[in-house]
Design a protein around this ligand. Structure first.
Ligand code: COA
Length: 228
């Protein structure tokens, strides 16, 4: 499902709307979820990471990122930064290090770009959202997607009034299925030929979901968070 490609437009928010995503940096110990902002357009490592994402076959298949050149990557960041301004889509870059200083005048250390994660409304008035993610190849296989999904899920439930968060992946995408299970999103069923992926083919998807009222994960289920 198109979980990491939010539309540019969405219902306008008001300050009084409790179902608004308010930009926040979510620390993961050795990494952080950084809300995309227009300042990121000046960060070469983020742009290079987006070019690399567009060239990766797994991302191209399951989460096509139209970010192959500067013009496309600029537009991609602008859509996400502006969605934060409207409070309608929570789009994060996954970066190394626990302190968010992208765009800060005090910091000239370029962060390493690891991946991306998005929470977006599918029915805002009903508190229904969808989460999606992708990681660059070098960042995979060390529990990052799991930790990022756990942190973003908790944040969305606590701060934005998300009632139910869905996660859908092609049935062939075993890694994403494991992330969902590890994060306490049980499988609810199979959606037949529900989404056309990067290969141009419609694939069946597993639908997983987590409710704000679900019990916390047992410590043994959730991966340990490394210290920075
Ligand atoms: C799916 C993806 C985000 C997983 O990221 P990750 O950080 O490597 O995942 P984690 O390290 O948190 O691993 C989570 C689980 O998946 C398993 N896993 C990882 N890669 C796997 C693979 N290729 N096949 C099967 N299982 C895999 C891990 O072993 C782990 O399971 P465990 O907890 O039982 O040990 C990453 O592989 C990716 O970006 N893929 C390309 C884009 C994509 O598929 N996006 C999701 C679309 S829905």
């Amino acid at each position: 499902m198109s979980t990491s490609t939010p539309a540019a437009s969405a219902a306008p928010s008001t300050a009084a709307d409790p179902r608004t995503f308010v930009p926040a940096t979510l620390g993961l110990g050795d990494a952080r979820l950084h809300p995309w902002s227009l300042k990121d357009l000046d960060c070469p490592t983020l742009l290079d990471g987006l070019f690399a994402a567009a060239a990766d076959p797994q991302i191209a298949l399951w989460n096509p990122a139209p970010t192959a050149d500067l013009e496309a990557a600029t537009k991609w960041i602008e859509i996400r930064a502006n969605a934060w301004s409207a409070g309608t889509i929570a789009a994060f870059a996954l970066l190394d290090g626990d302190t968010d200083s992208v765009g800060s005048d005090a910091d000239d250390t370029a962060p390493t770009f690891l991946g991306a994660l998005t929470v977006r409304w599918t029915d805002r008035s009903d508190g229904l959202g969808m989460i999606g993610y992708w990681l660059l190849p070098a960042s995979r296989g060390r529990g990052l997607a799991t930790r990022a999904t756990l942190a973003a899920t908790d944040w969305a439930f606590r701060t934005a009034g998300v009632r139910r968060l869905e996660l859908a992946h092609a049935v062939e995408n075993e890694a994403s299925c494991r992330v969902a299970q590890r994060c306490g999103f049980p499988a609810e069923g199979t959606l037949r030929a529900s989404y056309r992926f990067g290969d141009g083919q419609y694939h069946d998807e597993h639908l997983h979901a987590r409710l704000a009222t679900d019990p916390s994960l047992a410590p043994a289920q959730a991966p340990a968070t490394p210290t920075a």
